[in-house]
Write a protein that binds this ligand. Structure first.
Ligand code: BGC
Length: 734
């Protein structure tokens, strides 16, 4: 291969595949979203697409994480692998393990938790099972991609300890324990450097320290400076086929600014990846792809997954499950139109879908029935990839419905479908609350089974539910373009517990229709055991969470306790079992330039059981971390680039202003005239995203983008020349 061909290989051949290398018998490798089911596009289509092949829509990560069940994640990973084999893709773009730093993040539904250990372990289980089928995984979005607002240009300012202990840990666990075929570098910057151009992240930490040996691809259109991204260790620019900055990279190689070896190395890694995960005869993974795809069976997995991921938040007087013979008034916006998944790149075209009204018949008005059940939640336009939520409230009509119903019927039950935390100021007025999250295509049937007791709820919250949004650690700053992670390691329960702040429902909260009792916690060297007994009348599953409680006196400021192990056990009434966890030094470690263990008297806490443990720590000198200062030069006319956004440039140029107006009208037309979640997502990418991203996505030509930039820079003649170029190119093409 020539160097030019090697360079060509480091950009996709379309939105979903790599460039083939026929002389080495390497076909294109195909990729497909996503984390909770396949979104299989026509591979010839570009990024802006319509529809996808039917695939099983499993519960989204906000739900599956609440299962605290690695075996469940493995079942989902395997099933998605089987569908990938059947549908012909080679690599699945998931899972996403970003931390839930703030509950307003529009994409939280696609992420597991506010706790890095939980997210890392669930992701590892998913990836191991997926890759066992011969299909590759792609862990994303590496890293600190914790808001959707201005996600392509937002800068996450974060100190090193916080980065290591909170934002990188889930990636580290999953990469070490499951060796995903690929990593997707996130859109945002960290401390002033774009993730795909961040060598410390992509090479020093990921490869040199964690031993990652797959490929790194950019998130779709995430690359600003392609030379820098190659140097940093980002092998593949996605999507592809627009030859983004090839001339610039070639020039940089000629001028010695980029070593040719860097391009060769990226191309070699991509070839090795295709050899390992592509449709290459004789490759062990390709030969492994013998599993048959049974969509009906996968629907059953989706149903079980939704059942064991639901969280029973409140159940006064054991009003649930609904007893035989009780009359039920079933109402609310989601009774006949359930929200079962999120929106954006993870949107799945489900193989089956039923509504709650097909499973639960309503017996009449709330005042006339034994129980009133309200099916409520967040409508589509409230949360999606591409934009953040504006608040944590349910729609006002739904709050009124809850309050009016509770007044009419003291036995009111609320079932919530939402991709994250919602405020529940009405909680005292209702008897029970069941949180279904976004439960996937079998969500309606699962809801019925849970409400009637055919299934026993066993989910526990994987994120804290605050009393109100203002209580969140980053509430005062979240929403700005750039994110200042000034709360440091104190996100989620780490913050609420440290500051003794009351929450509505803590991390790990979840009720059951039976009861579990813990006893006999003991620690023997590195082995912790505890007895768990089902003391209630029904069979059920219990997520067992083990926390390490920090020493009261320590040279290092630390959270009160941190989740370090978990498992899930299923017990018949009266059945008892021993749960065993093995400790390692990382359970006690903090980041101080490396992982070190501070001396002290720690405790191990499981349920209501707690035992002390003296740990002989390491010698180290404590470091005080602060968020690094980075270059944040304000932009002024004259130095605008393709990395600026149309809405920003429109302040300086009439041409850019008209471009924004016209684009907005086109987007509106595409969305049937509605400012719905699709419109909001398109707007956030096309108008609030940098021009270079729209060029990479094939949305506009590079000449038009340059013309817009030059016009805002006041270089009107240059701008006109670019436009002329654009017309000439177009005419030649036509
Ligand atoms: C998302 C990724 C996704 C990719 C391809 C991006 O906008 O951030 O998660 O895999 O698109 O659809």
């Amino acid at each position: 291969m020539t160097l030019r061909e090697k360079l060509r290989l480091t950009e996709g051949a379309s939105a979903w595949k790599t460039v083939p290398v026929p002389e080495e018998n390497l076909p294109s490798l195909f990729m497909c979203d996503g984390p909770h089911g396949l979104r299989m596009q026509d591979f010839t289509e570009n990024i802006f697409h319509k529809g996808s092949k039917p695939a099983t829509c499993f519960p989204t990560a906000v739900s599956s994480s609440a299962s605290f069940d690695t075996e469940l994640l493995a079942k989902i990973g395997k099933a998605i692998g089987e569908e990938a084999i059947e549908q012909g893709t080679d690599v699945v773009l998931g899972p996403g393990v970003n931390m839930k730093r703030n509950p307003l993040c529009g994409r939280n539904f696609e992420y597991f938790s506010e706790d890095p250990y939980l997210a890392g372990k669930l992701a590892a289980a998913f990836i191991n099972a997926l890759q066992e089928t011969g299909i590759g995984g792609c862990i994303k979005h590496f890293a600190c991609n914790n808001q959707e607002n201005r996600r392509m240009t937002s800068n996450s300012g974060v100190d090193e300890r916080t980065l290591r202990e909170i934002y990188l840990t889930a990636f580290e666990i999953a990469i070490k324990e499951s060796k995903p075929s690929s990593v997707m570098a996130a859109y945002n910057l960290i401390n002033g450097k774009y993730c795909p151009e961040n060598r410390e992240l992509l090479t020093e930490i990921l490869r040199d320290e964690w031993g990652f040996d797959g490929i790194v691809m950019s998130d779709w259109t995430a690359i600003d400076n392609r030379t820098e991204s190659l140097k940093a260790g980002c092998d593949l620019l996605m999507p592809g086929c627009h030859l983004y900055a090839e001339d610039e990279v070639t020039k940089d190689m000629k001028e010695g600014k980029l070593s040719k070896d860097v391009v060769r190395q990226a191309a070699n890694r991509i070839k090795a990846w295709v050899r390992k995960y592509g449709k290459v005869e004789g490759s062990p993974n390709f030969e492994k792809r013998t599993n048959k795809c049974d969509y009906d069976h996968h629907n059953t997995i989706a149903l079980k997954a939704a059942e064991c991921s639901a969280v029973l938040l409140k159940n006064d007087d054991d009003i649930l499950p609904i007893k035989p013979g009780q009359t039920v008034s079933a109402i609310g916006r989601m009774y006949s139109k359930l929200r079962y998944q999120g929106a954006g790149s993870s949107l799945i075209n489900p193989t089956k879908l039923s509504q709650i009204c097909e499973h639960i018949k309503s017996d009449g008005n709330p005042a006339d029935c034994d129980i009133a059940v309200i099916f409520t939640g967040l409508p589509d336009e409230y949360e999606s990839e591409g934009f953040d939520r504006t608040d944590l409230k349910l729609p006002p009509e739904d709050i009124k419905l809850i309050e009016d119903t509770a007044e009419a019927n003291p036995n009111t039950v609320v079932v919530i479908f939402a991709g994250g935390v919602v405020e529940t100021p009405w909680i005292d007025k209702v008897k029970a609350v069941l949180y279904m999250g976004l439960p996937g295509q079998a969500g309606a049937e699962a809801t019925k089974n849970l409400l009637y007791g055919y299934a026993n709820p066993s989910g526990k919250l994987a994120e804290s539910w605050c009393l109100e949004y203002a209580d969140c650690p980053s509430a005062d700053t979240f929403g700005a373009k750039d994110a200042n992670y000034k709360e440091g390691i104190y996100i989620g329960y780490r913050y609420y517990e440290k500051n003794a702040k009351t929450v509505r429902f803590p991390f790990g909260h979840g009720l059951s229709y039976t009861r579990f009792e813990y006893s006999k916690l003991s620690i023997d060297d590195d082995t912790v055991t505890v007895r768990v007994k089902n003391t209630g009348a029904r069979a059920g599953a219990e997520a067992v969470l083990m926390y390490v409680v920090s020493p009261e006196e320590s040279v290092i400021d630390r959270p009160k306790r941190e989740l370090k192990r978990f498992t899930k056990v299923y017990l018949e009434p009266n059945e008892e079992t021993t749960v065993k966890f093995i400790l390692d030094r990382r359970c006690f470690a903090v980041w101080q330039g490396s992982w070190v263990v501070p001396d002290g008297i720690y405790s191990i806490q499981i349920g209501d059981q707690i035992e002390e443990l003296i740990v002989d720590g390491d010698d180290f000198t404590p470091i005080t971390y602060t968020i690094p200062v980075y270059d944040d030069t304000p932009h002024t006319p004259g130095n605008f680039t393709l990395n600026d956004t149309p809405d920003f440039l429109s302040q300086y140029s009439l041409f850019a202003k008209s471009f924004v107006k016209v684009s907005e009208q086109i987007m509106l037309k595409k969305c049937g005239g509605e400012r719905n979640n699709h419109f909001k997502m398109m707007y956030s990418c096309g108008i609030e995203g940098p021009l270079r991203a729209t060029v990479q996505a094939g949305g506009i030509s590079a000449e038009l983008a340059k013309a817009l930039v030059d016009s805002a820079n006041g270089k009107h003649i240059d701008s006109a020349e670019h436009l002329l170029d654009m017309f000439i190119k177009k005419m030649k093409k036509d």
